[in-house]
Design a protein around this ligand. Structure first.
Ligand SMILES: [Zn+2]
Length: 493
């Protein structure tokens, strides 16, 4: 009896395998076949089938990094933007979610379960993991010790691409000398050595150079063609006041912006939106520093600064002049800062600003020649508490069936929260109101008290589209990202 059943089962399987196009007569007439969810997913299957891997080199690569953009951040941002557009929210699809190849990235540093942006970005740009806090130097370095950096510098994809004749650029809403963008063009035993005054004398005496100066000195190939971000004060001496009335931080008396202008007669320095708007595709080289420190959060940005999407679009116009191709990093650096502040509203708005930049890149590049990768460097302790109704305002109090949900002490709570952060209490939790939690400045409640919330060690997502994007499969070590860039651009052995 058993044998017969097995035989029957296997003959059915053989019969099914024998039909290349399944015979409709053998198919079940599923009662749910006209359900909207069923039909939408079927359409999605057809799109997926039509999406063949592109197994050939890329001309251009754009790496988008949402600093601190955990998977939960993406989910919440999707709902946030969907609700801003008048939908329930959960069903909204971000531009980054349309990229067909997806993998998980394991973000730990060689010496840390919970990583920082310097070690993680080094992994993405160089192909090797390293310690927390160090910029494009391998694991032999001891953070803060200049003498341990010497000889242990790794070559970055940006250096290699420039040497191969590609145009290279870095764009960030953070200071351009901050950890993530710095890994593309600098090598430093400490991420905090952004200007000379931030370095200990012993490091300077041992020959280490600050990150701002390394940006100006970058001379691989034709140098950096596009630099857009914040961080102007890192490039100016403390005796000089910038266009917005802030003094520089440098103690060596050097004005690196003037030095950059003297070095690049083909270049243009811009500091505000008006200057930015005058740039066009004929611009050969540009150095844009739009704030003394980090650029503004998207929720606070007004006319003075370009958006991340505008910077990305302009960078593609300028870098795209090189017929040999380009390599561009675009960092949404402030998702991380808002999370450290447990200020979900700003974190989500900056995530949407990144998504707008991704959309701009998708709109103006050809997927047959440009590999687009979207990822995060690390996650945050950002959570979504249960159980609100579908469509409940994502920033709001948790509400079910018209009534606010309460904890076991009868207190209301928000869907979004943090494992640790500034708005933690020693004693009873306060009972928030809807007006309070919907305010832009509201800091979500946290369990463990810290003035600045920490990163978390969960995996982050990688989304990709274009040549070699199919190589993103399964859960990968974060340094694998470099190796896909390398496959696409053929940089190194
Ligand atoms: Zn951070």
């Amino acid at each position: 009896m058993k044998t017969k059943q097995l035989l029957l089962a296997s003959s059915v399987m053989i019969a099914l395998a024998g039909c290349s196009t399944a015979d409709s007569a053998t198919k079940i007439d599923a009662s749910q076949k006209n359900d909207v969810w069923y039909k939408e997913a079927q359409a999605q299957i057809e799109l997926a089938k039509a999406n063949a891997p592109i197994k050939k080199p890329a001309k251009n690569v754009i790496l988008f990094v949402g600093d601190g953009m955990s998977v939960g951040t993406i989910t919440a941002a999707r709902i946030f933007e969907g609700q801003r557009r008048g939908m329930l929210g959960e069903e909204y699809k971000l531009a980054m979610e349309t990229l067909p190849s997806v993998a998980l990235s394991k973000t730990y540093n060689t010496n840390a379960q919970i990583p920082d942006s310097a070690g993680t970005a080094t992994a993405m740009v160089s192909g090797v993991k390293t310690k927390s806090g160090v910029i494009s130097i391998d694991d032999n370095v001891q953070r803060g010790f200049c003498n341990t950096a010497k000889g242990n510098e790794v070559e970055t994809a940006w250096e290699m691409a420039a040497e191969k004749g590609l145009s290279v650029g870095v764009v960030s809403t953070a200071r351009i000398t901050h950890a993530t963008p710095a890994t593309a063009y600098a090598h430093s035993a400490d991420r905090n050595w952004e200007n000379d005054a931030a370095m200990p004398n012993i490091a300077k005496n041992q020959g280490c150079v600050d990150i701002a100066q390394q940006l100006i000195d970058f001379d691989k190939g034709d140098g950096l063609q596009v630099v857009f971000g914040g961080g102007r004060s890192q490039f100016l001496p403390d005796s000089v006041t910038d266009e917005e009335g802030k003094n520089g931080k440098r103690k060596d008396g050097r004005n690196l912006i003037s030095e950059w202008e003297a070095k690049h007669s083909d270049g243009q320095y811009v500091w505000d939106k008006a200057g930015f708007d005058k740039l066009d595709a004929n611009t050969k080289r540009v150095f844009g520093l739009f704030e003394p420190s980090h650029m503004k959060y998207e929720a606070d940005r007004r006319d003075g600064e370009p958006s991340l999407a505008e910077m990305t679009s302009k960078a593609i116009d300028i870098l795209g002049n090189n017929q040999d191709g380009f390599l561009l990093m675009v960092e949404a650096g402030r998702i991380d800062h808002a999370h450290h502040d447990t200020n979900a509203a700003r974190a989500l708005a900056d995530t949407i600003a990144l998504d707008d930049a991704i959309k701009a890149a998708l709109d103006k590049t050809n997927p047959e020649e440009t590999l687009i990768i979207v990822t995060a460097d690390h996650a945050h302790t950002f959570i979504m508490n249960g159980y609100a109704d579908r469509g409940n305002p994502i920033l709001g109090l948790s509400k079910l069936g018209g009534k606010y949900n309460e904890d076991e002490f009868g207190k209301r709570y928000t869907t979004l929260g943090y494992g640790n952060g500034a708005n933690a209490v020693d004693g009873p939790r306060n009972n928030p109101t809807q007006d309070e939690v919907m305010a832009l400045d509201y800091k979500q409640q946290a369990l463990i008290k810290f003035s600045s919330e920490t990163h978390s060690g969960e995996d982050v997502a990688i989304f990709a589209k274009g040549p070699e994007a199919y190589l993103f499969q399964g859960a990968v070590e974060q340094n694998y990202i470099y190796h896909v860039i390398n496959e696409a651009l053929g940089l190194a052995e």
